[in-house]
Design a protein around this ligand. Structure first.
Ligand code: DAH
Length: 367
């Protein structure tokens, strides 16, 4: 066949071929995407009809306007048909989607998650319960303290080597600016390293005789490991009265240990050291794992330390705004996480703070 592309007849034949191609392709198209492809292939910048229009210049000037009009009419026609096809294709796919989304009114509802108490909180509640029975009320203090409350008031002056026992996290360093005002040179704002500062707050807020426990969260700048975390819970106990003695402390703690671990529990007191008590003691219970024979848990001693305690130091009583010649008392402090770990046989203390529900859900007590 002779090259007719420069003639009106050739142009018309090419227009017809494009119309036929559009028809065939739309007939075969499955979805809106293939119609969009077709649009690019025929009408796009490098599309077939566009290419044909570029050849309009080589046609006889007399035929040119008619050919141009026909070509534009075809462009319009194909455009309209593709639009119609696309609209229908979208409707169909939406209908199919809706048909797949049948709502089954008879299906059972989704179960609601029921929360549980955290293992450490189960232990805390148990301690509150026991100590409530011994006449203690709960008195809580802030988690953010200043160095004065956390240390000085408890007879731990700045530079005292005992501060090394409590690696401290600072919120604002001594002398730095905080809330638009400078902190005193000696008194930074810190995360409390123990619940002991609440002793001072309790003495200032309450009138003796005082019998309080102060449960709460504490923080230390720790090398986090299986047996230590930077965040943990303590319960502090404080008794202040006119003639409280070490014998009261011993009797009280023995009864407490037996209430917590059973009447057969063996206990012992050892000398200890805390700046805020004098004398100070460490209170041990017979190892619950080996019964005292010696095992890895008790480091083969047969004993496990439960808490530290002692007679409240006169300086501490003074910090609490009371006269040590008039009032004495005893105090103790213990870690809750360790008790929880022992009670539930948890190998790694960090799991307690891990917020992993697969782990935490195992502790069914205390819904
Ligand atoms: N505050 C101590 C600590 O965190 C625990 C402690 C020991 C508290 C003896 C007391 C006490 O009240 O008398 O290691």
């Amino acid at each position: 066949m002779a090259d007719q592309s420069g003639t009106a007849a050739g142009f018309l034949a090419a227009l017809e071929a494009i119309r036929a191609e559009a028809e065939r392709a739309l007939g075969a198209a499955q979805d809106a995407a293939s119609a969009a492809d077709l649009r690019i292939r025929l009408l796009g910048r490098n599309g077939e009809l566009t290419a044909l229009l570029r050849r309009l210049g080589s046609i006889d000037a007399a035929d040119r306007p008619a050919m141009g009009a026909l070509a534009n009419a075809l462009r319009q026609e194909i455009e309209t048909r593709i639009e119609a096809f696309t609209a229908q294709a979208l409707t169909i796919s939406r209908e199919r989607q809706l048909a797949g989304e049948v709502i089954d009114m008879t299906a059972p509802g989704r179960p609601l998650r029921v929360g549980r108490l955290h293992p450490t909180m189960i232990v805390e509640r148990r301690l509150r319960e026991i100590l409530h029975g011994f006449g203690f009320e709960v008195f809580e203090g802030p988690e953010i303290e200043t160095e004065w409350w956390n240390f000085e008031a408890l007879n731990i002056p700045p530079d005292h080597p005992a501060r090394d026992l409590w690696d401290t996290m600072y919120v604002a360093e001594p002398g730095s600016w905080e809330a638009g005002a400078p902190r005193p040179a000696e008194d930074g704002t810190i995360l409390r390293t123990h619940t002991s500062p609440v002793q001072i707050r309790a003495m200032r807020a309450l009138t003796p005789p005082i019998r309080v426990i102060t449960p709460g969260r504490c923080f230390r700048y720790e090398n986090v490991a299986a047996d230590r975390n930077f965040e943990f819970f303590q319960v502090e106990g404080l008794v202040i009265d006119r003639d409280t003695t070490l014998a009261d402390l011993k009797g009280m703690l023995e009864q407490f240990a037996k209430a917590l671990y059973g009447p057969e529990t063996r206990t012992r007191f050892r000398p200890g050291y805390y700046p805020f008590t004098e004398p100070s003691v460490a209170f041990d219970i017979g190892c619950l794992v080996c019964g005292g024979i010696g095992c890895p848990v008790c480091q083969r001693t047969g004993w496990v330390t439960l808490l530290g305690a002692g007679m409240v130091h006169p300086t501490v009583i003074r910090s609490g705004g009371l006269d040590p010649d008039e009032y004495q008392g005893y105090a103790w402090g213990m870690g809750l996480d360790r008790i929880a770990v022992n009670r539930y046989g948890i190998a790694d203390l960090r799991l307690l703070m891990g917020a992993d529900l697969r782990f935490l859900d195992q502790f069914a007590e205390g819904r």
